[in-house]
Design a protein. Structure first.
Length: 64
């Protein structure tokens, strides 16, 4: 697991992590997130732009 990843969901054998990035300073500062999916053995399955949020009703929304 990368130091900028945080675990948030397990779906069967798939583990979902939020990963965040920061670069620059002042007016050139940028921040963005990705969703990273790993398998049981730690292999990378998928990377998606944006974040997945759990809504109050339990639905998962992929927000870009």
């Amino acid at each position: 697991m990368d130091p900028h990843e945080s675990f948030f969901l397990r779906d069967g054998d798939r583990f979902y992590f939020n990963k965040w990035f920061e670069e620059g300073d002042g007016e050139s500062y940028r921040y963005w997130e990705e969703t990273v999916v790993h398998g049981l053995d730690g292999t990378l399955i998928e990377e998606m732009d944006g974040d997945i949020q759990t809504m109050p009703n339990g639905e998962l929304w992929h927000i870009r």
